[in-house]
Design a protein around this ligand. Structure first.
Ligand SMILES: C[S@@+](CC[C@H](N)C(=O)[O-])C[C@H]1O[C@@H](n2cnc3c(N)ncnc32)[C@H](O)[C@@H]1O
Ligand code: SF4
Length: 366
């Protein structure tokens, strides 16, 4: 019998949404029962191939789009297979939109071992929610209380930097978040990508100076409330870091299935083309990027330097059979002088000042 390969993480993309948010540039399409049937049929084939070719996973992440939009029958189709793919102590996450969460779904998720839920709240501000077409009336306090009965490990996604949003609005969002007593927050600055509705409407991203003021405010507020910023946009209490995402940021390998999903295996990174029509015909158009040593180094920096703890210099030296502090001597001393990076207990990482200008630092290593 052929030996099974070992990769620790698996991502599954569910592209359906009930409506399209104006800021979103993720691979998604409007929900339709026929499309869902066709998609799940193909996804099942990919999952079976994975079951036959790979060992069980330490982390599984069902993302979207909106996985929670699937009804219980459809969700169960994939959960039943995924249940067999997870290691006993696997971190098993699903992304949910708040309006989809109900007792029946939570029971189902728990039954199949989902132990982490990521809820896309985006903002608690009614005006902003209306602007991003997510103006449902939800009592978040009640909702989170209900979720906690079934799944303890919760993340909330928020976005900041909307037009007209003030620091006071941001403070209110953060205060409302902390009242929910949740141990993980992902908070992103609004990106207006050219594939989004906002872009076509001429919506402008927050300018750099304001964005910096908002970001510094967030970091300060969350630290005062006991959170560690362990990655640029991710904050956790009680070490409730996302194992799945940490694997990305530590430049670990992962499998990914579904349209538009990206993976990293052996010496290449790949993306499954975002074509629904091709996918349901059984075609998997895979865009591959072969990783040369230089590209591997670039990815290593891009991922690891997002982490507050950075990377272990010895590990870099081992992977690339080199000496980091000699190879990058001039860059490192210049960045140290500017107080943008630090070396502590054998780790190389960005300072607070450095994380705020991460793109500038990364350019130096490219
Ligand atoms: C893949 S999306 C999908 C999650 C889920 N469908 C939802 O809308 O909550 C994951 C997260 O990315 C963030 N996101 C999506 N588009 C963004 C944008 N243009 N700028 C900043 N954050 C964005 C949102 O916080 C969102 O919750
Ligand atoms: S933000 Fe979420 S719900 Fe909105 S369109 Fe994107 S994936 Fe769908």
């Amino acid at each position: 019998m052929k030996r099974k390969k070992k990769i620790n993480s698996l991502y599954i993309h569910i592209p359906f949404c009930s409506n399209i948010c104006p800021y979103c540039d993720f691979v998604k399409l409007i929900k339709n029962d026929l499309f869902i049937d066709q998609y799940l049929k193909e996804l099942k084939k990919d999952l079976h191939n994975i079951k036959n070719g790979y060992k069980k996973f330490k982390s599984i992440y069902i993302g979207g789009g909106t996985p929670s939009i699937l009804n219980c029958k459809d969700l169960e189709i994939i959960l039943r297979i995924l249940f067999k793919l997870k290691k006993i102590n696997c971190e098993f996450t699903i992304e949910c939109n708040p309006e989809d969460i109900n007792i029946e779904k939570l029971k189902l998720l728990k039954k199949y071992g989902i132990n982490r839920i990521s809820i896309g709240i985006q903002s608690f501000n009614e005006k902003i929610l209306r602007e991003i077409k997510r103006d449902y009336q939800i009592d978040y306090f009640k909702l989170i209380k209900l979720v906690k009965k079934y799944i303890k490990n919760i993340n909330v996604d928020l976005i900041y930097g909307f037009n007209g949003q003030t620091l006071n609005d941001l403070e209110n969002d953060l205060k409302k978040f902390t009242k929910l007593n949740i141990n993980h927050l992902s908070i992103y600055s609004l990106i207006v990508d050219k594939n989004s509705i906002f872009f076509n409407q001429g919506y402008k991203e927050q300018n750099e100076d304001d964005s910096r003021i908002f970001y510094d405010y967030i970091v300060d507020f969350l630290r005062k409330n006991g959170f560690k910023r362990y990655e640029v946009s991710n904050f956790a209490k009680k070490k409730k870091y996302s194992r799945h995402n940490l694997n990305y940021w530590k430049n670990g390998q992962y499998l990914a299935i579904g349209i538009g999903a990206s993976g990293y295996v052996d010496n290449f990174r790949y993306r499954i083309a975002p074509s629904f029509n091709e996918y349901i015909k059984g075609k998997r158009i895979i865009e591959k990027e072969i990783l040369t040593k230089d590209l591997m180094k670039e990815y290593f920096f891009i991922t690891n330097l997002r982490l507050e703890d950075g990377f272990k210099i010895k590990e870099f030296n081992k992977i690339f059979k080199t000496n980091f502090l000699i190879d990058y001597k001039d860059i490192v001393s210049e960045l140290l002088k500017e107080d943008l990076v630090m070396i502590k207990s054998g780790y190389f990482s960005c300072t607070d000042k450095g994380i705020a200008v991460l793109d500038r630092i990364l350019l130096k290593f490219m």
